[in-house]
Design a protein around this ligand. Structure first.
Ligand code: HEM
Length: 108
């Protein structure tokens, strides 16, 4: 998707209570999200994932922009039993922008 990373930074405010990005980002309530675009699901070191996310990872889930778009629409429908207490982003633009923003952070 060709989202706008600057607009995505604003949307990411909704995630910040639980997720960090950028230099020195650490796991919080949720895993840190540096390098998440293109990363295999449930593989951030030191984070305790739910069984459902681990199963999806074992089945080969990789967080491509397409998968992130589907996931972020309604996380709890995408992965039943997920620990992420977030309703989702209904607007397609918000999702495209946040994915573009997340893609600016390299793995650390
Ligand atoms: C997991 C993104 C909001 C808590 C994840 C994952 C992504 C993600 C991509 C999977 C990580 C991985 O596989 O390593 C986002 C985005 C958000 C958001 C973009 C905002 C739009 C939140 C909020 C919370 C939260 C508000 C807390 C209330 C979690 C938790 C997990 C998770 C606990 C791990 C889930 C599990 O193991 O079942 N998030 N998240 N997230 N997120 Fe979020």
């Amino acid at each position: 998707a060709d989202g706008d990373p600057e607009a995505g930074e604003k949307v990411f405010r909704k995630c910040k209570a639980c997720h960090a990005v950028g230099e020195g980002a650490e796991n919080k309530v949720g895993p840190m999200l540096n390098g998440i675009v293109g990363r295999q699901a449930a593989t951030v070191e030191g984070f305790g994932y739910s069984p459902v996310l681990i199963s999806l990872s074992e089945e080969g889930l990789v967080w491509t922009p397409e998968e992130l778009d589907a996931f972020l629409t309604k996380p709890r429908d995408y992965a039943k039993g997920i620990k992420m207490t977030f309703a989702g982003l209904r607007k397609e633009d918000d999702r495209a922008n946040i994915i573009a923003y997340l893609a600016t952070f390299e793995d650390n």
